[in-house]
Every structure is written in C-alpha cells, then in structure tokens.
Design a protein around this ligand. Structure first.
Ligand code: PLP
Length: 346
C-alpha cells in the first residue's frame, strides 16, 4: 500500500468511540427525508466553537463548495481576483473557470524563509479594486501564516469580498479567527474552515464559513438548499462535540512537523521551510523524475513546479506530516537518495 503524503490529510484515525457514535446516529436517520435546509443544530455548534453568532455560519460540502459559492456569487468574467502565488490549487482552477483576471503575487522562495510581497499586495488592492481577495493562512503550500496586521489592512482597504482560508488554522499558534471570538466578522469577510484536516474527516466532505452579515446573506442565497447530506450532517454533528480529537491530532502533528523540519534540514542540499500547517514545503536537490523513480510508487508526494527554470536539477515537494513511523521512513528515504549537492541553487 502506498504512503499517501500528498493531500494534507490527517494521518490519525478518528477514535473508535466517535466512529461508533457516528454510525449509531446514522442508523437512526430517516433516509427518505431531506435534511433541514437551515442546518440549525450544526450552525449552533459551529458558532459556539468560534464564539460567533449562528447567523454568521454558512455550511458547505467541504470548504471547496464554499469557495465555489464565493466565485459563483462574486466573480464575473474579467473581474480581478487577487492571491499570492503559490497558493491553494483550487484558487487557480476556480479563477480559470470563472474567466476571472487572476492577479498573483509571487512569494520569494529562494531564501531561508518564504517572503510574501505584502506591500505590493496592499497597493494592488487600491489599484485593481478586486472583486475577490483570497488569503490562505497558513498558506498552502508554504505553511506560512499571514500576520493579523496585514489581514486587517487587506480587509480595511477592500471594497469587495475577502476570503480568509483557515483550513489549517488548528495547526498554527494563532489565527485570525481566534481574535474574533465574541466579536463580529467584518461585513465583507468570509473565514473558511473544514473538517478535512485537524478534525480528520476529509472523506465526510464538510466545511463551513464564518461570514460578515453581507457575505452571509449573499452566500446563503447562492447555496443549494440541501447541500450537506444527512450522513455528513450526522457525522459532523457528532465529531464537533469532540474538540479533544482535533486538539490531540494537531498537537501530535505539530511535534512531528518540527522533528521532520529539523531532520530534512540536516540532509545536505535539502531545505524545509518552517510551517504552521500539517505539511512542509521542501526544496529538493533532485528533479521530480529522479525522486519519483526512487520513490517507486510507494511514497506519494505533492510535487510543485514552482521554479520551472531549474526543474531539470531540483524540485519542490509539499510533504504531508504522517504518523511517527511514516515520517521515520520518509526521512530515511530522503537521506538515502544519492547526494549531489552541487546541482543545487546555482
Ligand atoms: C487552503 C485550503 N483551503 C481549503 C481546502 C478545502 O478543503 P475541503 O474541501 O476538504 O474542506 C483545502 C484542501 O486541501 C486547502 O488546502
């Protein structure tokens, strides 16, 4: 069985008592009935978790569906959409589908730490007047969180919608969402969350957003009435009552992430950036083809073509943090690749 380290899934299984509770809840459902299209119980639970109002919550079939709603509602052909680059692959795909003018701000990845061109980004908001700004924090794939002061400035200067995508927020020390507890989400803001990462429920397909009043009304109009099926609704309802599981899995992932970060950086010619997510971005002194052929279909990594001009001699891997055993195995694999440091960085 291959080792899947390519989709930023949670490597730890949901505890058996939670799985049993989900199955029991599902067995009591009326399969012939639609769900309540307002999802009032889920909204209550989700609002409680963040210390926000029920009305701020919009439910989705995964965070991806929330992004889909955002694009359908807010972006017309030719509209400017602003993101950093690299960023979450769906932002590129949805921008293309919407025929938006996707304006990307390249992150400098050549130093010890990814450098985000934040000043240029702010200036472009004033100049381009984007229909949509998308900020993933921690950013996928670099793992870097954006400072709250920058996010606040983006929100203050944007006349249209700002999505703050905190899919990986549980793995970070601080989040923008945590700072909103007991307050209101700004009117033009959507904060995206998912059960797919720290909550370990990627297969269930449930995501949600905390929205300002105007954004919530717009997304609620766009959302299909029964967009979350009764099985996902039931599973989400059970798991959300167990915040100890994401807390435990995030803590374990964070400890492992730091160990793997250090481990990779001791291998000659390799570089792992610090990360606030459940993954690390690696600069690797081999081409993608060389790593793939050595991995022999067993190790599955996400390869990113971030610097096409050097693709014949180096590649970029986004490595999902797996279990202790998986990470020991992957570090052994990286160290075992033929060392060839002079091909790096020239
Ligand atoms: C930054 C980011 N946002 C949102 C998502 C969407 O997650 P899902 O649709 O599984 O909820 C992902 C998934 O990988 C992601 O990386």
């Amino acid at each position: 069985m291959p080792l899947y380290l390519d989709k930023n899934e949670n490597p730890f299984q949901t505890p058996e008592e939670i799985r049993d509770a989900v199955l029991e809840k599902i067995s009591g459902l009326l399969f012939n009935r639609y769900p309540d299209p307002e999802y009032p119980l889920l909204k209550r639970q989700l609002a409680d978790i963040a210390g926000l109002s029920d009305e701020s919550v919009v439910t989705g079939n995964g965070g991806d569906e929330i992004l889909w709603m955002v694009f359908s509602r807010f972006v017309r052909p030719g509209d400017p959409v602003l993101t950093f680059s690299p960023t979450f692959s769906e932002y590129y795909r949805l921008s293309r589908l919407a025929e938006a003018r996707h304006i990307t701000f390249p992150v400098n990845l050549e130093g010890d730490d990814p450098l985000f061109p934040v000043q240029d980004f702010i200036k472009a908001i004033e100049k381009e007047k984007p229909a949509l700004v998308l900020l993933d924090t921690p950013n996928n794939p670099t793992g870097k969180s954006l400072p709250a002061s920058f996010i606040e400035e983006v929100i203050a200067r944007s006349e249209s919608l700002v999505v703050i995508d905190e899919a990986y927020g549980e793995f970070a020390d601080t989040t923008f969402l945590a700072g909103l507890r007991g307050k209101r989400v700004p009117d033009n803001v959507v904060i995206l969350k998912t059960l797919s990462k720290a909550w370990g429920m990627a297969g269930v397909r449930f995501g949600w957003a905390y929205c300002g009043t105007r954004a919530a009304a717009a997304l609620e109009e766009t959302r299909s009435p029964f967009n979350v099926g009764i099985f996902s609704e039931a599973a989400a309802g059970v798991v959300l009552a167990h915040p100890e599981f994401p807390a435990f899995s995030a803590e374990r992932v964070r400890r492992l992430r730091e160990a793997v970060h250090q481990g990779v950086n001791t291998i000659e010619g390799w570089k792992a950036f610090g990360s606030d997510g459940n993954f690390l971005l690696l600069r690797v002194p081999f081409s993608e083809g060389e790593v793939r052929s050595a991995a022999d279909g067993y190790f599955c990594f996400k390869f990113l073509d971030l610097t096409p001009e050097t693709r014949d001699r180096r590649c970029w891997i986004r490595l999902t943090i797996g279990t202790e055993d998986e990470m020991a195995e992957v570090l052994r694999f990286f160290s075992s690749l033929e060392k060839n440091p002079d091909r790096f960085g020239s």
